[in-house]
Design a protein around this ligand. Sequence first.
Ligand SMILES: Cc1cc2nc3c(=O)[nH]c(=O)nc-3n(C[C@H](O)[C@H](O)[C@H](O)COP(=O)(O)O)c2cc1C
Length: 141
Amino acid sequence: MTELLTITYRSFSCLRKPIEGISAILSESLDRNQRLGITGLLLFDGAYFLQTIEGPSAETRSVYTKIVSDARHADVTPLRIRLIRERVFPTWRMKLIGPAATARIVPDMDGLDFAYKRLDEIHLAAKQVARPEPEQSYLLH
Ligand SMILES: Cc1cc2nc3c(=O)[nH]c(=O)nc-3n(C[C@H](O)[C@H](O)[C@H](O)COP(=O)(O)O)c2cc1C
């Protein structure tokens, strides 16, 4: 069985035009993630990104390496990297949670103490927010 890896990081956005910038990131990511078997979640509050990517170990590491050196964000801080038995977001090639919902789910993004338990709570809350929407909806909300 393929080894599955999950990586969560927080970073600071350098996007000058956030809506256009996010759309570009997602359109690049969706196809590649599907091809590589990567799924995950991207929270964006207008200032910070909090992203989780999960998938086959080698592919997930290689996408993370690209992400870290992407000039569209800075201060990429890894928060959790670990092997998992099953995915948390099996149907999301990359689900965007926009500023309003992100501010509700992670109001303390800048000073947050990212304990592992807190990340699990954030993941759960994001899934609850996103559930009423069709899977293919990647709009800001
Ligand atoms: C916040 C953020 C999240 C990103 N998420 C992904 C992602 O999930 N999958 C992906 O392939 N690229 C993602 N990217 C884009 C990569 O950083 C990179 O631009 C892309 O993999 C293309 O790299 P290449 O041109 O070197 O092939 C993200 C970029 C940013 C700034």
